[in-house]
Design a protein around this ligand. Sequence first.
Ligand code: FES
Length: 313
Amino acid sequence: MQPHSPVDPQDQPHVPGPSLWPVGFAVGVVVLLVGLIVSWWIAGLGALVALAFAFLWVRDLTVGTPLTHTPEVPPESPTGPALPATDGPAAMPLSLSDERFPRSKFLELSTLGLGGVIGGIVTAPALGFMIAPAFLKQGQKDHDLGPLSDFPEGRYVVATYMADAAQGEVSRRTAYVRFNGQQNGQPSFSVISNHCAHLGCPVQPNGPLDEQNKKQHGDVTLIPTISIAGFGCPCHGGQYDTEGNRTSGPPVRALDRYSFSIRNGRLFIGKPFSVSHVDGAGASAQIHKWKLSFPGEPVSGLESWLYPIQPPH
Ligand code: FES
């Protein structure tokens, strides 16, 4: 029978105790990923939480490693009669604490590191495709619609253009543009989006088009209307007046509009924005402007509280 050898606790490999830091790190990563979709502020908060918990986690793992090893003090010489050779602890026990980097710690850290590298390789391309469009500002460049003389006063013109020539026809947009005359010495325009404020179907002018006076400049096509009584949506019957205000049907707000600018006597269409409603008409209209929202989302009143976060789009 083998003699029993007592195990010195100092010889046990260091095993980190249970910790909540990994849970906090995972929560931070989840908040970061959600933030990338809904808001940069939330993404930043998630990154901070993940970094803080990652720091605490790594610190926990490294505390207690024998990087600051204190040499063992040899036991005092036993007194009394010598023990038989088969009794007592082994003459030269294997002391794990003598290893500068214990094998268990090396495996633990290398596994974490390898997991991090693999996770980064898998995640980086997906994040790149997700984030890059926000920096490329796709579809947000001003577009030249042509000389001001192509827009008769008081009549809507159906303007279609390619928002991104590299993408071709798939990027074609439609806007309804009306020259309202001069306002404070500056030309005034109403530039209305054709995206229905219900589910985004293309709204149509409620009236005939003047195809005889159609104009073409590069990728821009301009067709004046003869006389319209507003705009209508073919999908679910939503109706709007000539300022884009909803008059009936399921849309929840007025039609979105585009900003515009005038350079060297030419009209440029800019970024879209949402509109709750418009008071008045023409050059003196008061436009209640809001951040661009998705179709179906109210932008004012109590119902807008149901949509507190606007993902970037
Ligand atoms: S999408 Fe226009 S009314 Fe429904």
